[in-house]
Design a protein around this ligand. Structure first.
Ligand code: ADP
Length: 447
């Protein structure tokens, strides 16, 4: 058994950097949790706090129900695998794997049994007498995993373990680590900035940004129901398309108006909008999100779905990748006859279409949005306004309200800071004026 509970965990480095804020997560035994997010979002810090390599500034960490905040790393029964392998170059693979157990004074025959069993699981039995320099990157990473396995820890922590490998090997090691997790049936916590690793390996994924958890969910739920624009943009390649616009029409016939285009929302989607009246025919902007794979250029598809889900675009560039083709297009509002520099010339719609598509570059075509799979976000808060189902509406409403409050507080703080800045500038001016007046008076007197 190895469950973990992280409660209101914060990390503030001595420099004042708040690396992790209010991290809350209950991890069940045998889960494969992935922490994912851009560089600097606090993933490694969180992992290192779990390992005990970094002090927890505030909050509580429980392993199997026991508070471990002040338990030293070696007593936490956790093994960590790093990106840079950290193998001892002068030791053989066998000794690298046995080293930690020797330090723990484990009997020799038991060490031998564990090392050989780990080597068998990882398929590195034939390299046991080699030194690390005589191994490939993938083999070294397997030794690093082996060194963790022999300890039979309660929890495996893996910090970007595949980043140093080339793309092909990374894909292979991804499946190997998944198999290893199935085989060992132990809790894994894995840190990566790569959303493909997260989606393919995690039973649940924690998406982080600026030290804050954004969403914790299964891969498919993150893909289908991203809670905000950040998660929507982070998960999926190519990235989701976003268009700022407004909701117009009547309660039973709602369309999204964006740029010079307009697309109708299916009624099932309209029924899931939280606080429709706040957005319908008002000035409050929304962001329409549509994934490239939900934009179709297939004529039959377009004919079947009708005019109100179709827009005209100009195709700028086509990338035929083999299994699929990517179209880089411009919607009407981006089309212009003016010559622009390459940097200013924006293709604002990306479509992932069938590789047999007949579309050619530099033509105007119709594309249809599969609005059953569209996403809608509040432009200001960036939180979704589409509930997963009826029961989820209250949760989204609360999140919207919280974000609005935060935005208002931020705006107020900004105004206050501006006012303080203005006051300071005024005071300086006043001082200068007084000084000049004094000087003038002195001059007058002298004359
Ligand atoms: P990630 O793993 O997501 O790339 P990290 O957890 O390494 O992010 O870092 C989170 C934030 O904390 C970053 O802003 C980083 O610069 C800062 N940070 C990390 N380690 C230290 C440290 N030892 N001292 C001060 N700041 C740190």
């Amino acid at each position: 058994m190895s469950s973990l509970n992280l409660k209101n965990i914060y990390k503030v480095y001595p420099s004042g950097v708040v690396a992790v804020s209010d991290f809350n997560l209950d991890i069940e035994d045998k889960e494969f949790i992935v922490l994912v997010g851009p560089s600097g979002c606090g993933k490694s810090t969180t992992l290192r706090m779990i390992a005990g390599l970094e002090e927890i500034s505030s909050g509580e960490l429980y392993i199997d129900g026991n508070l471990v905040n002040s338990v030293v790393p070696k007593d936490r029964d956790i093994a960590m695998v790093f990106q840079n392998y950290a193998l001892y170059p002068h030791m053989t693979v066998y000794d690298n794997m046995a080293f930690g157990l020797k330090l723990r004074k484990m009997p020799k025959d038991q060490i031998d049994q564990r090392v050989k069993e780990a080597a068998r699981i990882l398929g590195i039995e034939m390299y046991l007498s080699r030194k690390p320099k005589a191994l490939s990157g993938g083999q070294r990473q397997r030794v690093a995993l082996g060194r963790a396995i022999v300890r039979e820890p309660k929890v495996f922590l893996l910090d970007e373990p595949l980043s140093n490998l080339d793309a092909k090997l990374r894909a292979q090691m991804r499946t190997e680590i998944t198999k290893l997790h199935n085989r060992l049936a132990t809790t894994f916590i894995y840190v990566t900035h790569d959303q493909i690793e997260a989606m393919t390996m995690g039973t649940r994924i924690v998406v982080m940004k600026d030290g804050f958890m954004q969403q914790v969910d299964t891969p498919i739920n993150l893909y289908d129901h991203p809670i905000n624009q950040f998660v929507a943009g982070f998960i999926g390649t190519p990235q989701m398309n976003f268009f700022t616009g407004r909701l117009v029409g009547t309660k039973n016939d709602v369309s999204v108006e964006f740029g010079l285009d307009k697309i109708r929302l299916p009624q099932d989607k309209v029924d899931l909008i939280v606080n429709l009246e706040k957005y319908l025919n008002t000035d409050r902007e929304i962001v329409l999100g549509i994934r490239p794979e939900n934009v179709h250029d297939d004529k039959d598809w377009i004919a079947h779905h009708g005019k109100d889900s179709t827009i005209e675009v100009k195709v700028d560039v086509i990338e035929a990748l083999g299994p699929e083709t990517i179209l880089y297009c411009k919607t009407k509002s981006e089309m212009s006859e003016e010559e622009k520099s390459i940097a200013d010339d924006i293709s604002n719609l990306v479509a992932k279409v069938d590789s047999r598509s007949a579309t050619v570059a530099n033509t105007h075509i119709n594309v249809a949005f599969d609005m059953v799979h569209c996403h809608l976000f509040d432009k200001e808060t960036e939180v979704t306004i589409l509930a997963k189902d009826e029961t989820n509406k209250a949760e989204i409403e609360a999140l919207q309200a919280k974000r609005e409050e935060e935005e208002a507080a931020k705006a107020a703080a900004k105004l206050e800071a501006q006012a303080a800045e203005d006051a300071k500038a005024n005071a300086a001016l006043e001082k200068q004026r007084a000084k000049m007046e004094k000087k003038a008076a002195k001059k007058d007197k002298a004359e």
